[in-house]
Write a protein that binds this ligand. Sequence first.
Ligand code: MTE
Ligand code: MO
Length: 314
Amino acid sequence: MPLIRTTSDIQPSEITPESVYRERRRFMQAGLALSGAALLGGMSSAQASTVTLKGLTRSPLSTDEAQTEYKDVTGYNNFYEFGTGKEDPAANAHTLRTSPWSVTIEGECAKPGTYTLEDILKPHAFEERIYRLRCVEGWSMVIPWIGFPLADLIKRFEPTGNARFVEFETLHDPEQMSGQRWPVLQWPYVEGLRMDEAMHPLTLMAVGLYGAALPKQNGAPIRLVVPWKYGFKSIKSIVKIRFVEQQPVSAWMRATPEEYGFYSNVNPEVAHPRWSQSTERRIGDFLKRKTLMFNGYADQVASLYTGMDLRKNY
Ligand SMILES: Nc1nc2c(c(=O)[nH]1)N[C@H]1C(S)=C(S)[C@@H](COP(=O)(O)O)O[C@H]1N2
Ligand SMILES: [Mo]
């Protein structure tokens, strides 16, 4: 159990509209502050979690499976900007300056521009979403995210009819992101979604987890979470969102086109060229379990892909 209360610890009688509003404001203030100076200098992510999010609504889109332990969610990460080892991000991400932060909106939309993080977040109500995350490497976690639908953000910028895809970029600054001093990938990290995937109600912009602001190793201050796709689609520490007509080339497609396609939907029937994807190890479990089509979200998302050959469009 982490050092914070999650909504499951909270009695329904404690939840009132005022408390939801108050806690949301408190989270905004605390979250933005915590994602800045307070986390520099090695203050642990556990300390960042002392903000309680009393009254945060839990989305019905949440899984009720057991949540992965906080120490694993924040200590076993992939964030190559801070090194390729699983423990590197937690050790190295303290050098990321998450405040001030801004996000540039570009391309096929009526309202391009550079927006402060505060402007990006202001109109949105946060909720808790407990999602499975399946890494392409064969492990998985269950993570209680805090965020809001990407669709709600996209609508504000009024994409034009030419906007068929959305492209995302992570910060590129080797001074803050020590892993970018090596050409492990072509930086910055880039990901993309088809517009209907981006607008799907499951697609989340996450700003927190386990009741507190996102730890830096998990992609502070703002990241994507697309639960039916392999984890690498869920790009961290986003500074740019671009509406485009052509299918973007993601960092992984550019690095190893023979191994990674654009869609990257979790699919137990399509093996990675170097290993099977039919099973996975839930972090904390001993035995492996079967991987589910679309990571268990088939009822919600399979219709996005009707008529597509998922062996070709992997
Ligand atoms: N910018 C960036 N985003 C990234 C990655 C990365 O290396 N850089 N790794 C991805 C991979 S492979 C996974 S599995 C998830 C892991 O998210 P978590 O560490 O919060 O569990 O982040 C994804 N987002
Ligand atoms: Mo991953």
